[in-house]
Structures are given as C-alpha cells and as structure tokens.
Design a binder for this molecule. Structure first.
Ligand code: THU
Length: 138
C-alpha cells in the first residue's frame, strides 16, 4: 500500500474513532428508565459538524424518540440536512444498527449515509441503502 493511502486510512480510522467516542460519551445522557437501553448517536454532517443525540423515553412507550432521530432533529434545526456518517452506541452492547423507523427517517435526508459498524476489531462502514433497500419515497 502507498504511503498516501496508509495516511488516508489512518485519518479515516481516527475520524471514525472520534464519532464512536462521541456516541459512547453521549449515551450517558439517555433517558431510558423503561428499557434500560441507553443509546447515543453521533451524526456527521456534510458541513463537518457532529450532532449528538440520545433516546428519550416516555411513560407512554410509543412516544419514545430514538437516539438517531434525536441527533437528526438537532442537525436539521441547525440547518444541516446532508450527512456523511453516523455512529450509534448502546452502553452495554457497543455499536448497534439503526431501527427500521430511523432508517426511513435518515433516508429522507441522505441515502448515501454510512453507518459505522465494528467487524473483527476494525471499523467498517455500511451504507443506508444496504440497510434499507427499495425504500419508500414520494
Ligand atoms: N433505540 C434507539 O435509540 N435507537 C435504535 O436504533 C434502537 C432503539 C431506543 C428506543 C428505546 O428507548 C430503547 O432503545 C429500546 O428499544
């Protein structure tokens, strides 16, 4: 592998580590007294900013907001509508994949969004289109 490629790979690995680190850190703020499943999300916008979010549960269970959607609404509120990558971290499980509802909501903004997963101790990226093929749209 060329030196340039090695440097680029290292930089990408560091960027993903930062995103995962932020998702891990923010999951401590999750409000999850019912499921005890504490989720944090870190969403990297095309503007280079990272928007974090957590799941916010409710006694009326169906009103719960997932961490992914909470990070997305924060980003859109601050006028960022295009995204590069997202890391979703649960306190005990580590990196997780987005639920079906969140896949659909993220798809609205960025079909090319990448989701960070860990395979054999290395970060890999899955595309949202792989996770939600033939998605609904108007
Ligand atoms: N949850 C998320 O925040 N993101 C997901 O992708 C899966 C589920 C939350 C919702 C609920 O508060 C708890 O995890 C258990 O489902």
């Amino acid at each position: 592998m060329s030196q340039k490629k090695k440097v680029n790979n290292k930089k990408k690995e560091q960027d993903l580590e930062l995103l995962v680190g932020l998702a891990k850190q923010i999951c401590k703020n999750a409000y999850a007294p019912y499921s005890n499943f504490h989720v944090g999300a870190a969403l990297l916008g095309k503007n280079g900013k990272i928007y974090t979010g957590v799941n916010v549960e409710n006694a009326s269970y169906g009103l719960t907001i997932c961490a992914e959607r909470s990070s997305l609404t924060k980003a859109v509120s601050e006028s960022c509508k295009k995204f590069i990558a997202i890391a979703i971290f649960e306190k005990k499980r580590g990196l997780i994949l987005p639920c079906g509802a969140c896949r659909q909501v993220l798809m609205e903004f960025s079909p090319s969004l990448k989701i960070v997963v860990k395979i054999q101790n290395r970060y890999e990226l899955l595309s949202l289109e792989e996770l939600l093929p033939k998605a609904f749209s108007l």
